[in-house]
Write a protein that binds this ligand. Structure first.
Ligand code: NDP
Ligand code: OXD
Length: 311
């Protein structure tokens, strides 16, 4: 059985092989850049595959996304559409995202950006805006694996949390809103908006002026979904006008974020380099090995991309 990997670049392949030796010792693991017969590939573990390459693997059985999102795979115009795509959602992905959102929410609650900026200029300032978690109503867009994990952790810490999803959610202890009809009501009660949506046609550009202007003035934003959710200039305008107080941005339309992007130096923005939830190689190898075994046994696989829903 052969697995080809496009994740981490050519230098990562030895580390991948080492991990797979523990979880699938009989699997033949090859790197994306190795010269192999394309007809010998059974499985592909990929992040942003070169357009057209997956289509050359004529005996491919399953595409495994190296991440929870699949937009980087769907971008391939020659993608073999008859194949299933498994999303990489592991226990570790959920924990990492929940902790990223919690860390960001606490930084925003305590205005840590202002404190760090003050330190850079050796400025001692006591400011009068101390808030605690209970003062910050968090609204999470996207109540999937990651949104729910974040909601549960934030609730335990004392943040009042609500959620918004496409269909109605019935999660106990989590007041939630559904669809366009309830979007305005959801936004009106949100002091900290967290975007954990998948990238689809319907969610593209959803973080725009129309959305942000429905939040209470001075609200904050965390975007750890995708850069395509954000109309960048609208977010900057909202920050400049005071409609938004601060934003933690982990994902961007162009990554790495170009050096000349105005986002880098905006006083209201904390930038993180798309690192909210990146399970380590061990976790991803373990999960991939389980998927391959289950697929070989003919079992239904978890978290398969649904082309009808678009996520
Ligand atoms: P899921 O597929 O489990 O959940 C998606 C959620 O979004 C569901 O609640 C769904 O609603 C909701 N949703 C989808 N479309 C709409 C819409 N048009 N309007 C309202 N709600 C909508 O996804 P995950 O939680 O596993 O992952 C979410 C995303 O997080 C990934 O697609 C990826 O882009 C991003 N991500 C970012 C990472 C990072 O490091 N920054 C790491 C991992 C993922 P419903 O419940 O009704 O189906
Ligand atoms: C993912 C990501 O989709 O890292 O997993 O963004």
């Amino acid at each position: 059985m052969r697995l080809i990997i496009n994740s981490g670049g050519p230098s990562a392949i030895d580390a991948w092989r080492e991990q797979f030796r523990a979880f699938a010792p009989d699997l033949d693991v090859v790197g994306w850049h190795e010269d192999i017969d394309p007809a010998t590939v059974d499985y592909a573990l990929v992040w942003a595959p070169d357009a057209g390459r997956l289509a050359t693997f004529t005996h491919l059985k399953l595409i495994i996304s190296a991440g929870a999102g699949v937009d980087h795979i769907l971008a391939d115009p020659h993608l073999p559409r008859h194949l299933s795509i498994a999303r990489m959602v592991t226990a570790r992905t959920r924990t990492e995202m929940a902790e990223f959102v919690l860390t960001s929410a606490l930084m925003l609650t305590r205005d840590i950006k202002r404190v760090v900026d003050n330190q850079a200029r050796r400025h001692w300032e006591l400011f009068d805006s101390l808030r605690v978690a209970a003062d910050m109503r968090v609204g999470i867009m996207g109540l999937g694996h990651l949104g729910v994990a974040a909601a549960q952790l934030l609730t335990r810490v004392g943040f009042p949390v609500t959620g918004w999803s496409r269909g109605a959610s019935t999660l106990e202890g989590l007041p939630s809103y559904a669809g366009q009809e309830q979007f305005g009501e959801f936004l009106a009660g949100t002091d900290l908006l967290v975007c954990l949506l998948p990238a689809t046609d319907a969610t593209k550009g959803i973080l725009n002026t129309a959305t942000l202007s429905q939040l209470p003035r001075g609200a904050s934003l965390i975007n750890a979904g995708r850069g395509s959710h954000m109309v960048t200039q609208d977010v900057i305008d909202a920050l400049d006008s005071g409609q938004l107080h601060q934003a933690v941005l982990d994902v961007f339309e162009q990554e790495p974020l170009p050096e000349d992007s105005p986002l880098w130096t905006h006083p209201g923005i904390i930038i993180t380099p798309h690192c909210a939830a990146i399970p380590n190689r061990k976790e991803r190898a373990r999960h991939t090995a389980l998927l391959i075994e289950a697929n070989e046994r003919g079992e239904a696989l978890p978290n398969i991309y649904d082309p009808q829903r678009g996520y």
